[in-house]
Design a protein around this ligand. Structure first.
Ligand code: GLC
Ligand code: MG
Length: 248
């Protein structure tokens, strides 16, 4: 047994089955104590919604936090996001123009204010409308010279982010910062905004058994020996995957 870097999504990945979560928490807190394993939560939630979740569920204190779909990295229990990461994302990012461009689409309903972040503009969009809206929106954003990416998750959430930010890139930033090798790093997720932690990566990946069709479909088309699709749901799937890769 050695230390590893665990980067896990929260909603419907770590969180979703309280009993399994308690069992996994037990394993992880022992492992952290004994081997210095690092626990990172990587979520689409803003700081406000993350804090709300910590009052509702029993979560271990993470070593680091990645919030708002990889656009904010919180190091060493700081309350302010890492300025270097923010700096890198601010290059070429014109938030106002992104919002003005999205306003052309009546099917895009803005998410609550807490989820609108400096480097993240978020909407609700139905699956039916998404088929037409996503390509048109992407085209218009490109036409206006905006270097952004669209991330559609759970058949409802649309995030528009700077091209250089997502959960995968935030994981790379932390891995470099901590100097941890890809084969000692494992990412866990269930939906579209987790895909960047799995695509073209040397890190180990665990997709929980209850994953959304968008992620399952992509996984089936792009299999990798470094990625494990668990049978168990939520925390039970993570535990199963960690044992599969020999981390636990
Ligand atoms: C979380 C965030 C939301 C985002 C979604 C998908 O639910 O609160 O803003 O759109 O994750 O990334
Ligand atoms: Mg999730």
């Amino acid at each position: 047994m050695t230390d590893f870097l665990l980067v896990t999504d929260l909603d419907n990945t770590l969180v979703g089955d309280d009993e399994a979560l308690a069992e996994l928490n037990d394993y992880l807190s022992h492992h952290r104590q004994q081997f210095g394993t690092k626990i990172v939560y990587s979520t689409g939630r803003s700081q406000a919604l993350y804090h709300q979740l910590t009052t509702e569920k029993t979560l271990l204190q993470p070593d680091f936090l990645i919030l708002s779909v990889g656009t904010e990295i919180y190091l060493t229990h700081s309350d302010t996001p890492d300025p270097n990461w923010a700096n890198a994302l601010s290059q070429n990012w014109d938030r106002d123009l992104v919002v003005a461009t999205a306003a052309h689409f009546a099917d895009l309903t803005p998410q609550p204010d807490t989820e609108q972040r400096p480097f993240k503009v978020s909407y609700f969009l139905t699956e039916t409308a998404a088929v037409e809206v996503l390509p048109q929106l992407e085209h218009l954003l490109q036409e206006r010279g905006l270097d952004v990416q669209l991330i559609y998750s759970g058949s409802i959430d649309l995030d528009i982010l700077p091209r250089r930010a997502n959960k995968g890139m935030a994981m790379s930033f932390l891995r470099d910062y901590l100097e941890i090798a890809p084969d000692h790093t494992v990412a866990c997720g269930d939906s579209g905004n987790d895909l960047s932690m799995f695509a073209n990566r040397d890190e180990r990946g665990i997709i929980v058994g209850n994953a959304m069709p968008e992620l399952l479909h992509w996984h089936q088309l792009n299999p990798s020996p470094h990625r494990y699709l668990a049978k168990g749901h939520c925390a039970a799937g993570i535990l199963e995957g960690l044992k599969y890769f020999g981390f636990l």
